[in-house]
Every structure is written in C-alpha cells, then in structure tokens.
Design a protein around this ligand. Structure first.
Ligand code: FES
Length: 595
C-alpha cells in the first residue's frame, strides 16, 4: 500500500524539467501534465508517435504493442512508447525532438550540402539501386543525407538527437564520464549505432527506398565519437589524443559497425588532422573550400566541442585547433538552462531599455538555451547591468539577491511557462565567460601560431550545431571571437555533413581530404605558450565603448550574417591543382571505396 501511494521523480530532458507522479501513473499523461507537447495520435500503442528514451528501472516492462511497433535496434537503444509505460519508480526520460509537437523546424533542417560538381562525381558501377549515406555524428545531434550514387542526386535528409547523448544536459561531461569505463563505453556504442541505423531508416523511408539499398556510408565526427562507433578504447570523447599527426582514412565493412544496411555496404571514415580535431573538421574545411581560399580564411565549428581551422594562401598552410567551450553553449551548467527545444529562450533583444524575449516554438519560456544565454549576457552588458569583469551590479534594475548570489530576472514567473522566474545568475555568467574565453583563446592561439593578425583575415565562417544558432552581434559584443575588421562572419550551417556527402560521391574529394588532413598543422591548445594567461585575459568582456554601434568604430560593429549556399561553398574553390603527391598516398585505398 505504501508503495502505491509513493511519489516517483521524473526527470525530463532535454527540457531540464522535473516532475512527480504517483506510482502507477501513465508516463504519457505525466509528461503532458508537466508541459511536454508530446506527439500522440492514439494513446493505445498503435501510432508510434510518442517515442521517448528512458533510463533507469522506474518503468513497467516492454509491452507487446512496443515489440510490434519498435525495431529491435530502437528497443536496444532504450526507446519506449510513453503511452505504454507505467511509472513505477524514479526515471529519467529523454524526449527526442521528433516526438515533440510542433516540431522545431530547425531540428530537422537539412545540411546545406553543395552538390558534387558533375565533373568530380564518380558514378558507382553496380547492378541495382545504389545509395550512399553521408552522416555527421555530432555529440548532441546526428544528421545525414541520402544520395543516389549512380546519378549524384540528393534524395533525402534526416536528423535526430544523438541517442548516446540521452543522459541529460552537459552532453560532453556525461559522455566523457560514461566513456571512461568499459561498460559505459559499450552502452554508448550501442546507442550510437542504433542512432545511425534509425537515421538510415528514416532517410530511406523519406526517399521511398530501402535501407538495404545503402551501399556506401561516409561518417564524420570527433575522433572520440568515431572511436565509440568502432568500439575502440578511448580516453575521453573530447580529449586531446596526444597524437598531433594526421590519421589516415579507414574503409571497413559497414557490418563491422553493426550498421543495418546492405550486407555488402562499405563505411568510409575520412582522415583526421590530429589531436582532438576530427574528420568533421576535415569535411568542414573541404565543404567551405577553406584549403583553396585565395584570401586568409578562418572557420569556427561550434558544437559540444569547438574546432577552428585557419588557412593562409600565401604560405599554403592550414592550421587547426580544438578548444572545448564547456557545457554553457548547450544551456547546461546554467541555472535555468536547457537544450534548444520548445520553450527555450533562444533570442534576447534590446528595444530601447526593454528586453524582448523570443522562444523556440513561440510559446511561454521555460528556460534558456545556449544562444539565449549568450544573448542575455550581451544585453546585460549593453544595459550596464553587468561590468566588464562579468559582475552583476547589485543596484541595477532587475538584479536581486538569489539563493546562490546575485541574479538577474529575465522572465518573471507571471510570464514564464514553468511558473517560476527565469534568471541569469552570477554563476551562469561565469560559465558563459569560461565558454567564450575557451573559444576566443583557441582562435588567438591559432592566429599567433600562424603568425597572422586578425586584421589580415578576410573570410570568417561559423558552423556546427551551436555555431549556426549563435547571434553574431551578441558573439561580437561578448568577445566570443577577436574582432576581424576585414571579415564579416558567414553562416556555414552543417557544413561538415556537406563535406561528408562530397567525399561519398567523389574520389577527387576523398583524395583532397587526405591532403587536408596530412597538410594541416594541429595545435594542442593546452601546450601553446601563454595559454593560461591568454585564457584568463579572455574571461573579461570587451569594454562598453567597443560595443557595436556605441563605439562608432566601424571595425567593431556587429557583423551581419550572410546566407550560405552553393555559390558561397564553391566561391572559395578557385581552381587550384591538387597536390598529386599528397593525394597519391591513399589513392589505392580511396579507390577501393568506390569499387
Ligand atoms: S500515442 Fe500512439 S503509440 Fe503512443
């Protein structure tokens, strides 16, 4: 009796919500009562819309309806139908974006994949349908594009939350923790492979094809993510490997990765520049044509990890670096932080002295995602509520004493969707400072090692899961990057996925990837002279007089975003001969992928 009356705790991610339910309550109704806009069309286990990932023993067993509706790899990955689950104890539930209504369009936004130029495309000479899948394995999200390898036509896009990140907020921290013991790593590998299989299935269904027609897969991601996929030992998903030289491409049967595609399918894992810079950076450099730019160019990929690449054409030198920003950019480590899901504050604007809040899904705010937190910090700086050291001013309007120190009330409880105030605390500001300092320090170390001044850089690209969400003017105001007076940042979107697609369909691009990886000089940020001093200095925010329009200095004005498209991707691809000597190194191996 006691058990029946007991309350169970439900942690709901990525919204960062916590709710209570009585033992025996339905999980579906508990989630809906907690404010989750869970997709459903039946509540009897027949539509399959209410998928969640559940961790912990606090749910009833798998029902017959779940066994018939869910694929084995989904069951293996911990996916359940919420309407079939009874709460029987504490449980952590992860609600994927695809199970939330209305879907956030950006979640499934296809990578802006430039088509492989017809002259570079290598049609696969095989009987029957031959499809290729390009996959970008982000720590937080997985995205992919399906191509017809006989025509080069792009057939479908697919995207999903990385199931191996279903451990809640601070994806990097949790993944690193889980990866640090063999059992945890094995479980993560299983989740990751299940995610790729679900992505392949989703893309194939969208294209009206079968996943068994997928004969080639190109997968890019951080080295830790690729090692996880291959079930290789790893020190930590984002750790510097100490190996600062390039690693060559690997081709292996897709079955070795337990990928549920054609039994004859081959998987191509592109080369990496070294250290913790992965094949995703190689793919990004190629998609942007950074290695062929006729002007000094810098690309910054912002995800759970941050990576940057710098190319100096006058020396034909490419430099790369990794600079993990910590969890703040994904909304973790922030008191009212949450991942970028419905209800998250994603934009904070100033209109006069008033703050304007915009949420994902245009619903009442329930928390702050990474871009919202950066915007909020920039707005507080501009309003004078916070000083250059990041200290909130006790007497400023909106600032009050909270449980953990000073805090600024961004949304009063009367206007929030959670029934409580949404605040930015002094500790939150410190987390934002750490994130922005890591990124800025990485870029400065890269420039210094290359002997390049910010004034000499003429192209700056922002890419990656968070890079595309960040408001450029806010990034400039908080000093996320140095001031590049001759460059206006260009959105590059999910360019790494586009690069994976290019390698999938062309031997020339696979050879070029080899050249990129083998010619890049990778820097270990922690070994860079003066790293600690530079990091400490970068914690400061820029002085108010250099903020955007206030400064009157055109060089420090917030940059305007430009659309990124095929023309931009190829704009830097001026015709420069391949370095045939470098290409030859892996020619035989790369050719084998197409045959
Ligand atoms: S609501 Fe239809 S299966 Fe759960």
């Amino acid at each position: 009796m006691n058990q029946i009356a007991s309350e169970c705790q439900i942690e709901i991610q990525p919204m960062g919500l916590r709710t209570c339910a009585f033992y025996g309550a339905g999980l579906h109704e508990s989630l809906v009562e907690a404010g989750v806009a869970l997709a459903s069309d039946c509540e009897t286990g027949s539509c399959g819309l209410c998928k969640v990932v559940a961790n912990g023993p606090g749910l009833s067993g798998i029902t017959d309806a779940e066994r018939s509706l869910l694929a084995q790899h989904e069951l293996d990955a911990g996916i359940r139908l919420a309407c079939q689950c009874i709460v029987q104890g504490d449980v952590r539930v992860y609600v994927p974006a695809s199970s939330i209504l209305p879907l956030r369009p950006r979640e499934l936004k296809p990578p802006k994949a430039p088509l492989v130029r017809p002259e570079d495309f290598d049609p696969v000479a095989e009987d029957g349908t031959c499809l290729g899948l390009a996959v970008d394995l982000g720590a937080a999200q997985i995205s992919g594009c399906l191509y017809d390898l006989k025509t080069g036509e792009k057939l479908a896009d697919a995207g999903m939350i990385n199931p191996s990140a279903a451990f809640g907020e601070d994806a990097a921290g949790k993944l690193n923790e889980a990866a640090s013991n063999p059992q945890g790593a094995k479980m993560l590998s299983r989740f990751l492979r299940a995610g790729v299989n679900a992505l392949a299935e989703g893309a194939a269904v969208k294209a009206g094809a079968s996943r068994l027609d997928i004969k080639r897969i190109c997968l890019v991601g951080a080295p830790g993510m690729i090692r996880l996929l291959r079930e290789l030992p790893l020190p930590g998903l984002l750790a510097e490997t100490g190996r600062s030289v390039a690693s060559p491409a690997v081709i292996l049967p897709a079955q070795d990765l337990e990928l549920d595609v054609s039994p004859q399918a081959k998987a191509f894992l592109p080369p990496t520049p070294g250290g913790s810079a992965g094949a995703d950076l190689t793919a990004l450099i190629m998609a942007l044509g950074l290695d062929r730019s006729d002007k000094p160019a810098l690309a910054l990929s912002m995800g759970v990890d941050a990576e940057a690449a710098l190319y100096l054409p006058q020396r034909d030198r490419l430099y790369t670096i990794s600079c993990p920003p910590g969890p703040a950019l994904e909304g973790a480590g922030i008191k009212d932080g949450m991942l970028a899901a419905q209800g998250a504050v994603e934009r904070v604007f100033l209109s006069g002295n008033s703050l304007i809040i915009k949420t994902i899904g245009n619903v009442k705010p329930i928390g702050l995602c990474g871009s919202g937190a950066l915007d909020a910090a920039a707005a507080l700086l501009r309003l004078g509520v916070m000083d250059e050291m990041g200290r909130l001013k006790r007497k400023a309007g909106g600032v009050r004493q909270g449980e953990e120190g000073l805090e600024f009330v961004l949304v009063p409880r009367s206007q929030s969707g959670s029934g409580r105030d949404i605040v930015l605390t002094q500790k939150d500001v410190r987390q934002i400072q750490i994130a922005k300092s890591a990124v800025r320090t990485g870029i400065e170390c890269l420039l210094e090692a290359a002997g390049a001044a910010p004034e000499s850089i003429e192209h700056v690209f922002l890419a990656g899961a968070y890079g595309s969400d960040i408001h450029l003017s806010s990034a400039a105001e908080i000093g996320l990057t140095p001031n590049f007076p001759r460059a206006r940042p260009i959105w590059a979107g999910a360019a790494a996925g586009a690069g994976a697609g290019m390698m999938l369909g062309s031997l020339q691009y696979r050879l070029r990837a080899d050249r990129i990886a083998s010619s890049a000089k990778h820097l270990n940020i922690k070994k860079h002279p003066g790293f600690n001093r530079r990091f400490a200095l970068s914690l400061r925010f820029p002085p108010p007089q250099s903020h955007g329009a206030k400064s009157g200095n055109a060089g420090s004005s917030p940059a305007l975003p430009y659309a990124f498209g095929n023309s931009a991707a190829h704009g830097l691809n001026h015709l420069q001969d391949h370095n045939q000597a470098a290409c030859r190194l892996y020619r035989g191996q790369n050719k084998a992928f197409a045959e």
